[in-house]
Design a protein around this ligand. Structure first.
Ligand SMILES: [Fe+2]
Length: 234
């Protein structure tokens, strides 16, 4: 019988520590004891299964809500979900949430003095196709202050959650935009110690993804494991 091939592990520093000195709220939520390793059972590794048919129309389009058109710069965000060997991962549920163009979330806890947009809810969901591909149409999120330290501003970013083929295959991270001057000042982005890992969190502008006269386009792929793994980012 052949020996099983183990997964190639991520480089040290790809995933951020639970407690990161410069990211204030991690002190409150980081576990104080080492995690307990729980063996996977059937219920964690065989479900849930998401079919493309579970899609709801228009959940991939955040540019219209409540009978009107959202304000801001329209963008396309597209890419693929891949394993460590570059194989497509179909049937992955990808959910996003983000601030509006003014940097305000549609959330009761968001106290930022920036306008809400009645036509922007800021949440979307898709299921990857047989090529592991996904695509959203949305509005470029604005930067916002977040009181982590004096004059702290989050760079433009979109939050992503991926559900793979089982409950044990989950990735929560954030996508950033190229050339953002706030990146080098952001404790959350910089909690990924590995420079190559941080760069994998930045989308690539791609003229081929744009829609002429309508929307700019960005490409952002996910790699779920291995040396090119997409870092988690909470
Ligand atoms: Fe955010």
């Amino acid at each position: 019988m052949n020996s099983p091939v183990s997964y190639r592990r991520e480089a040290p520093g790809v995933h951020p520590p639970f407690d990161h000195a410069a990211y204030a709220s991690t002190h409150k939520r980081a576990p104080r004891h080492s995690p307990v390793r729980i063996e996977h059972t059937l219920s964690e590794i065989t479900g849930p299964l998401f079919a493309r048919e579970t899609r709801v129309p228009d959940e991939d389009d955040l540019t219209h809500f409540n009978g009107g058109e959202a304000l801001g710069e329209r963008i396309i965000v597209t890419g693929r979900v891949l394993d460590e060997d570059g194989r497509a991962i179909p049937h992955t549920v990808i959910e996003i949430w983000q601030a509006n163009a003014a940097g305000r979330y549609t959330h009761s806890e968001d106290r930022h003095e920036a306008p809400l947009d009645p036509h922007f809810a800021g949440v979307g969901r898709v299921v990857t196709d047989e090529h592991g591909a996904y695509r959203f149409k949305t509005i470029k999120p604005g930067a916002y202050p977040w009181r982590n330290h004096h004059n702290a501003w989050r760079p433009n970013h979109i939050h992503f959650s991926l559900f793979g083929p089982s409950f044990a295959t989950r990735l929560i991270t954030q996508m950033y935009f190229p050339g953002d001057p706030l990146l080098e000042l952001d404790p959350i982005f910089n909690s990924v110690a590995d420079r190559a890992g941080r760069e994998r969190l930045i989308a690539t502008f791609d003229i081929e993804v744009t829609i002429p006269e309508y929307a700019l386009g960005y490409r952002f792929d996910f790699v779920l494991r291995g040396r090119d793994a997409t870092p988690t980012s909470g």
